[in-house]
Design a binder for this molecule. Structure first.
Ligand SMILES: [Zn+2]
Length: 468
């Protein structure tokens, strides 16, 4: 359906990383660092960054989480001496003890990591005065942070869309963790606001779109975000930021998207500049990305589980939202299982998810497991609860989750131990071995003329998970 599914998967896989608890804001006096960022146009679009060490005990050891964008940083002492520091291959910068200021320039169009087909979700990408860049590429952050560390950040010379909400003066008040998991950033471009029920999406439109105006793009995001409400009772975050980046020479709607676990999470979508309005109605990438928000980040990361959940719910959510008939949703699920099966033929699920060498195998074994969990939960609860309830519990339990916490939430919803034994059945068998019996019980039959849905032992459970 989308031309670059593999790239979507790759980007989504690397995109997931920690978010921590947000403690109450501390007074300004406790700030250890002050970031002043100035957007410059000449000779090339760039960010000039000055970091002020405000205290004796402010950090001296810094890191570009994604090295390669900056090679030299100036360290300036209060009394004058200037040291030119070379950024190490690992991105590390260690300032001399008397350093008051650190200064460097990040070139937005230098793009050392531009990937396939000229697209890059992390290094600078854009045109004119509209740029997309990940914080990890341009932001020099302390190598280690403490829970009490605070910093301020201000951007001048351009309208910025960072994951956080600024104060009325435009100053961002950040925790050390925000500098580490700094998310996705937009500089310049245009703005719109999308309001799915109970939430605000602050949107940066970066670049030109030839066949859709900004209001229509914003409406597309609103409708897409609403699909999350077929899974969760309320939108998981009151405010998130979304960057829509125009990709010249492409006609499909969302080419790829990524979520990063800044706090709150940040979403970016890379969209064909010449996309037709119809292609937005068929798009699934944005649904997949928004559905990643349906549960807290699982730490340490378990990509097969989180990608499996998003992949499963992308199809089920479209049926529940009325975008797909149930037959269409099952056709997509069966086609995905078939792609996964042919990618990992003969291997156990454990081998597939441990080695991580097949995105298709990882995503679709995860999606089959998510379907099976949903069905077993409905069997255990007389069809009163399913997988949605697990995500509600997980979200209520804190801003981050663990794999064990996910399993415990499954067992709590089921009212008996269920997760461990079902997982063992999937992991130790050839991948997709459970598929046949599961679909038969649900009354789902795939054939050359398409999917047929019929009465079977568990067809009421199937109809419930379809939202009927
Ligand atoms: Zn994903």
């Amino acid at each position: 359906m989308a031309p670059l599914p593999l790239l979507v998967l790759v980007l989504a896989l690397w995109a997931c990383h920690p978010e921590a608890l947000r403690p109450p804001q501390l007074p300004e006096a406790s700030n250890a660092l002050r970031y002043h960022v100035t957007y410059v146009r000449e000779p090339a679009p760039a960010l000039d960054v000055e970091i002020t060490r405000t205290r004796e005990d402010s950090p001296l050891d810094f890191l570009f989480s994604q090295p390669g964008g900056v090679s030299r940083v100036l360290a300036v002492e209060s009394e004058g001496p200037v040291h030119a520091l070379t950024v190490s291959a690992e991105g590390r910068v260690i300032a001399p003890s008397g350093t008051r200021f650190l200064r460097y320039r990040y070139l937005l169009d230098a793009n050392p990591r531009r990937g396939r087909r000229g697209l890059s979700a992390s290094a600078g990408m854009g045109e004119g005065d509209a740029w997309h860049v990940a914080g990890r590429a341009w932001l020099l952050r302390p190598r280690t942070v403490t829970p009490s560390m605070r910093a301020t950040l201000r951007v001048e010379g351009v309208d910025a869309l960072l994951p956080w909400a600024p104060d009325p003066e435009g100053v961002y008040h950040l925790r050390g963790e925000d500098l580490v998991d700094s998310g996705l950033h937009g500089f310049g471009g245009r703005r719109c606001t999308a309001r799915p029920p109970g939430a605000v999406l602050e949107v940066a439109l970066l670049g030109r779109f030839s066949r859709m105006d900004d209001a229509a793009l914003c409406e597309w995001l609103r409708q897409s975000a609403e699909v999350v409400l077929t899974v969760r009772r309320s939108f998981p975050y009151p405010r998130i930021t979304v960057r829509l980046v125009s990709v010249p020479g492409r006609e499909s709607s969302a080419l790829f998207g990524t979520v990063q676990w800044s706090s709150p999470p940040s979403v970016s979508l890379f969209v064909g500049q010449d996309s037709a309005p119809e292609s937005f109605q068929e798009d699934w990438v944005v649904l997949h990305e928004f559905l990643h928000l349906a549960h807290p980040p699982v730490l340490p990361r378990v990509p097969w589980l989180t990608e499996g959940l998003a992949t499963y719910y992308t199809e089920v959510g479209r049926a529940r939202a009325g975008r797909f008939s149930p037959e269409q949703a099952w056709t997509e699920l069966l086609a995905g299982f078939a792609r996964g099966r042919s990618a990992v033929a003969g291997r156990t699920m454990r081998d597939v998810v441990d080695s991580g060498d097949s995105y298709m195998g990882t995503y679709w074994t995860g999606a089959l497991f998510a379907l099976h969990l949903d069905v077993e939960l409905r069997r255990a609860t007389g069809n009163r609860h399913g997988l949605d309830e697990v995500l509600e519990r997980l979200a209520a339990s804190g801003p981050t989750a663990t794999f064990d916490g996910f399993g415990a939430a499954v067992d709590a919803v089921a009212g008996r131990p269920l997760f461990g034994s079902l997982l063992a059945r999937h992991l130790d068998a050839p991948a997709f071995a459970e598929q046949g019996a599961l679909l038969q019980a649900l009354g789902v039959e795939g054939g050359p003329d398409g999917v047929r849905l019929g009465a079977a032992r568990d067809s009421p459970l199937r109809e419930a998970l379809e939202g009927r």
